[in-house]
Design a protein around this ligand. Structure first.
Ligand SMILES: Nc1ncnc2c1ncn2[C@@H]1O[C@H](COP(=O)(O)OP(=O)(O)OP(=O)(O)O)[C@@H](O)[C@H]1O
Ligand SMILES: O=C(O)c1ccc[n+]([C@@H]2O[C@H](COP(=O)([O-])O)[C@@H](O)[C@H]2O)c1
Length: 208
């Protein structure tokens, strides 16, 4: 029966979530948002895509991509629905989501793409490169995030869904600042990520 349906071309499209981020470091806010969206939108998989060179974060030194990639692998390893892609890290030049989605489209021609963002990122999308094309390549899902208003105002009708996720007032900025001050990040980021941060001495204050 399954085989017949497949050969008749009636098989449902694979639903692939895309969670893009700098992940410097990845924290439970990212993981909960991805998990909630996967459940609410019946996604088959969520691929986490750490940025290569995020052009809107050029005001600060971003941690090397390999460290951010490895922390993302560690954080997602136990969830069979989660995977990590190197496409943005391995592409030369600045990272633009339009390239991410074009590449994922080419890699997964039969999948429907769902790009997941927090409310803060969603509010900036109009400033992203080739923003019109973004909505042809994927459906966008904006998640609530404490301190930010979730809105689809000005975005293409039907191109965006808004979803409420458990409020976790966690940011990578706060995690970095805590480590720099010697404060704990246990339970804000996965345990393996805490250990990786300490092993690699990430976010430590610069020595005088
Ligand atoms: N606590 C959170 N709840 C919901 N969404 C979040 C949360 N933290 C981050 N996101 C979303 O995850 C994506 C990747 O975020 P990013 O890696 O920039 O983390 P960040 O915590 O915002 O980092 P930073 O503090 O360095 O700006 C963005 O779409 C962002 O809106
Ligand atoms: O394409 C763009 O112009 C663009 C500008 C800013 C952010 N993004 C993407 O938005 C996601 C979250 O980015 P950030 O900077 O909040 O970590 C990540 O996948 C970025 O590549 C994309």
């Amino acid at each position: 029966m399954g085989q017949q349906a497949e050969s008749a071309g009636t098989r449902a499209k694979r639903r692939l979530g895309v969670m893009g981020g700098t992940f410097d470091p990845i924290h439970h806010g990212h993981l909960v948002a991805a998990s909630e969206v996967a459940s609410a939108f019946h996604l088959d998989e969520v691929v986490f895509v750490p940025t290569g060179q995020p052009w809107q974060k050029s005001d600060r030194q971003v941690t090397p991509a390999e460290d951010r990639y490895l922390m993302t692998v560690i954080a997602t390893a136990e969830n069979p629905q989660f995977s990590v892609s190197r496409i943005d890290i391995d592409r030369e030049g600045l990272t633009y989501t339009v390239d991410t989605l074009r590449d994922l489209r080419a890699l997964h021609p039969d999948a429907e793409l769902f790009f997941i963002t927090g409310a803060d990122a969603l509010a900036q999308i109009i400033s992203w490169r080739d923003s019109d094309e973004l909505f042809e390549l994927a459906h966008f899902i904006g998640c609530t995030r404490p301190g930010h208003t979730l809105s689809d105002a000005g975005l293409p009708v039907g191109g965006v869904s808004l979803v409420e996720v458990p409020a976790l007032a966690i940011s990578s900025t706060d995690c970095r600042n805590r480590v720099a001050k010697g404060e704990p990040v246990w339970y804000l980021v996965p345990d393996g990520v805490v250990r990786y941060i300490h092993k690699r001495a990430l976010y430590a204050p610069a020595q005088p």
